[in-house]
Design a protein around this ligand. Structure first.
Ligand SMILES: [Zn+2]
Length: 354
């Protein structure tokens, strides 16, 4: 359990705030690749990816965070994140740097962000909303929905107004593959807004008080979680208390992490069969991200259901997770990874039909 907890924490630390861990993204890419096997779409996507698998491409938009604008857009720490290794060739690094140069300060940088490309990974729609709609508090033209829509428009050959600034089909594909994953992580879409007492507030009704912003659950620390039942704890990625040496476990990080049983190498025929049953999206693919976000928002509501928060302590709140929360979270994660993989395959089929 400790090991699982540690890997969840590391995934969060390694990839910064606001991202499924690398494993979650790779799982989504692996499911999509399984569904596309042997299709003309697979061949066209492979040609654009030029040697990268979908699972490897799925972390590109996180790996670009390794480009340092303050160090002349170099990539100071190659080897730091194993999942980025396939991208760390001279050409690959030049490609990432080029993207970051065009998507660093060329937008309205939101709360708690320091670069434009980072804020394309999420939205923070209040849990009180029943669907995603551009204009709600926590949405932006370049949030995860808007950025994914832009990538789709580029791949449709239609005019796309950023940010993000996407240059060419390959870059649009790399961004798209990642964002379909992020969009299905419930805490990348839905957010709880809390007052100083830790009570929920509705920013669309009361007006946004920046102090109520929980940074997608990054400002909510998990404390004093009940220990999973002993001894078969090996299957339980329990949240656990604050781990020494790793700082607090943030609620967002808990949701980014995936347990061993959901890692990409665990995608098998049975899991693919489940993904094949996911309902097809209809209409113009450019409209799909907003609909998918509404489903994810609903799941965020479940993720926060029954949670009680402490009064604000400095810049964070704390939460004690109820018994059984870990199993509930795993069930939602499994479902969302499956849907994300299925929707990614559907989207690629629509964009690369033959
Ligand atoms: Zn991300």
């Amino acid at each position: 359990m400790r090991q699982l907890l540690t890997s969840a924490l590391l995934a969060g630390c390694a990839l910064n705030a606001h991202a499924w861990g690398a494993d979650g993204h790779a799982t989504v890419g692996t499911i999509a690749a399984g569904l596309l096997k042997g299709t003309p779409t697979e061949a066209r996507v492979d040609a654009l990816l030029n040697g990268l698998t979908l699972a490897q491409a799925a972390v590109w938009a996180d790996c670009v965070k390794g480009i340092s604008p303050s160090q002349h857009y170099t990539y100071p720490s190659p080897g730091k994140y194993p999942e980025c290794a396939p991208l760390e060739t001279p050409t690959g690094i030049a490609e990432m740097a080029d993207y970051v140069k065009r998507n660093d300060r060329q937008c309205q940088v939101g709360l708690d962000e320091d670069a434009c490309h980072r804020q394309t990974h999420y939205a923070d729609v209040a849990l009180q909303r029943s669907r995603y709609l551009q204009g709600f508090v926590g949405t932006r033209g370049d949030d995860v929905v808007g950025a994914l829509r832009t990538a789709i428009l580029v791949l449709q050959g239609k005019p796309a107004v950023g940010p993000p600034n996407l240059e060419g089909r390959r870059e649009a594909l790399l961004v798209l593959v990642h964002l379909v994953g992020d969009l299905h992580q419930p805490l990348h879409v839905g957010a709880v807004y809390l007052d100083a007492q830790g009570e929920r507030v509705d920013p669309d009704k009361s007006g946004l008080d920046e102090n109520s912003f929980t940074v997608g659950g990054n400002s909510i620390w998990v404390v004093g979680a009940p220990k999973p039942p002993a001894p078969p704890a090996s299957t339980t990625a329990g949240p656990g208390p604050v781990a020494a040496g790793f700082g607090p476990l943030k609620l967002h990080t808990l949701w980014d992490g995936v347990p061993d049983k959901f890692k990409p190498q665990r995608v098998n025929a049975a899991w693919l069969a489940e993904a094949r049953k996911i309902r097809l999206s209809r209409g113009d693919p450019a409209d799909w991200p907003a609909r998918w976000a509404s489903q994810s928002l609903e799941q965020a509501g479940l993720a926060f259901e029954g949670l009680k928060f402490s009064a604000k302590q400095g810049s964070h709140w704390t939460v004690v997770l109820p018994r059984g929360y870990s199993a509930k979270a795993d069930a939602i994660k499994r479902q969302q990874l499956t849907i994300a993989g299925a929707k990614l395959a559907q989207l690629l089929k629509a964009l690369f039909p033959n």
